[in-house]
Ligand binder design. Structure first.
Ligand code: NAD
Ligand code: AKB
Length: 315
C-alpha cells in the first residue's frame, strides 16, 4: 500500500485508522472520504473529499485522480441501524461494496474489506466458530457482509485483484462513538461508568460476543495488508477476536476501578435477537497462522486503558 483511499473515514474505525495509516505511509498518501463532514481529526490531518460510495463515477474519478493503489472500504450501515433501515443497509453495504470493487478493479488497487461476526447466523457453530463454516445470517447487515466476502474472493479469482479482509468482532474505542451496532453497549458502558457510575444494558446477562480493542484492530489491518501473499490461504474474511465476554464480566472488571459501579438491564429485543444470532467466540487460528494475528489487549488491560482515556476526556 502506497497511496490509499479510505471510504467511511469519519466513522468509529476511520477516525483512528486514518491517522494511523497517515503516520505509516505519509499524510499526503492517504485520502480520507466520507458522505458527511466529520470531526477535524480526519479532514485536518491530510486530504479529505466528500464521497458517497454509491456514486460510481465520483468514486472512480477520485481513485484515478488520487492514483490510489489501495482501497480501505469502511463505509457502511451497522447491524442495528440496518434492521431499522434494511433497504438503505443493502444499498450502502451491498451495492456500495460492488461499486467499490469495480473502482478498485478499474484502478488495479488492493482492497481491504471489513466483514464482521455478523456474517454468521444461528445455524453456525456457536463456540470456537471455525474459519470455514455455515454462514446463514439473519440480518440484512450479515447478508451484505457475506456478499462482500464472496465478492472479494470473486474479484481475486476472476481479476487477480489483491483483496484482503477480516471478520471484525465488536470494536471498543474512545476516539469516536460507535455508529449503530449491536456491540455498542461495550463502549457505552465505559462512558456511563465514568459519567454516572451506572449503566443499563440493552444486551441481556449471559450473552457472549467477540470483542477487540481498537489498537489491536488497527495493527491487524496493516499486518494483513502487508502480509506475504504467498502465505495467505484465505485472503478474505479472516476470523479475528481478542476476547469474548458477557455484560456481567465487563461490569466486574469496571468495578475493580470504580467499586460503586452498578449494572442493570433493560433488554432491547431487536439488538438482543441480533446478538443471539452471532457466535459466542471465534476460532482465529487461520489469522494467527497465515499472517501472525496477535492482539495485545485482554479485558483487564482494555478496561484499565478505556477508563483512563474516557475519564481524561471529561477533564
Ligand atoms: P461507523 O458507522 O462508525 O462509520 C461508517 C461511516 O460510513 C460513517 O462515517 C458514515 O458517514 C459512512 N457512510 C455511511 N454511508 C455512506 C455512504 N453511502 N457513502 C460513504 N460513506 C458512508 O462504522 P465503523 O464502526 O467505523 O465501521 C466501519 C466498517 O467496519 C463497516 O463496514 C462496519 O460494518 C465494519 N465493522 C465494524 C465493526 C465495529 O465494531 N466498529 C465490527 C465489524 C465490522
Ligand atoms: C455491529 O454491532 O453491528 C458491529 C459489528 C460487530 O459488526 N459492531
Amino acid at each position: 500500500m502506497k497511496r490509499i483511499l479510505i471510504t467511511g473515514a469519519n466513522g468509529q474505525i476511520g477516525v483512528e485508522l486514518t491517522p494511523y495509516l497517515r503516520k505509516i505511509y505519509g499524510s499526503e498518501n492517504v485520502l480520507a472520504t466520507d458522505c458527511r463532514e466529520g470531526s477535524g481529526i480526519v479532514s485536518e490531518g491530510g486530504p479529505f473529499s466528500l464521497l458517497d460510495v454509491r456514486d460510481g463515477k465520483a468514486f472512480s474519478d477520485l481513485m484515478t485522480s488520487f492514483r490510489a493503489d489501495a482501497l480501505v472500504h469502511l463505509a457502511g450501515i451497522l447491524s442495528a441501524t440496518g434492521e431499522a433501515k434494511p433497504q438503505l443497509a443493502w444499498d450502502v453495504n451491498g451495492n456500495g461494496t460492488f461499486v467499490a470493487l469495480e473502482c478498485a478493479r478499474a484502478n488495479s488497487a488492493a482492497v481491504f474489506f471489513p466483514s464482521s461476526i455478523a456474517a454468521f447466523g444461528p445455524s453456525t457453530p456457536r463456540r470456537d466458530t471455525p474459519q470455514d463454516t455455515l454462514q446463514r445470517p439473519t440480518t440484512i447487515y450479515g447478508v451484505a457482509k457475506v456478499t462482500g466476502e464472496l465478492l472479494c474472493d470473486y474479484y481475486h479469482l476472476k481479476y487477480g485483484l489483491d483483496t484482503r479482509g477480516v471478520r471484525f468482532p465488536g470494536l471498543i474505542s474512545y476516539e469516536a462513538l460507535p455508529g449503530g451496532g449491536t456491540t455498542d453497549y461495550a463502549v457505552h458502558i465505559y462512558y456511563e461508568a465514568v459519567s454516572k457510575g451506572a449503566y443499563t444494558s440493552y444486551i441481556a446477562a449471559g450473552t457472549f460476543m467477540d470483542m477487540m480493542y481498537m489498537p489491536d484492530a488497527l495493527e491487524a489491518v496493516v499486518r494483513l495488508m502487508e502480509a506475504d501473499p504467498s502465505k495467505l490461504v484465505h485472503r478474505n474474511a479472516f476470523n479475528i477476536s481478542a476476547m469474548s465476554f458477557e455484560p456481567g464480566q465487563i461490569a466486574a472488571e469496571i468495578k475493580k476501578h470504580i467499586p460503586g459501579f452498578s449494572l442493570s438491564y433493560d433488554v432491547d429485543p431487536v439488538r438482543q435477537g441480533i446478538a443471539e444470532s452471532w457466535p459466542d467466540s471465534l476460532d482465529c487460528s487461520a489469522a494467527r497462522e497465515e499472517w501472525g494475528f496477535s492482539p495485545r489487549y485482554d479485558l483487564a488491560l482494555m478496561t484499565a486503558d478505556m477508563l483512563r482515556r474516557v475519564g481524561g476526556k471529561g477533564r
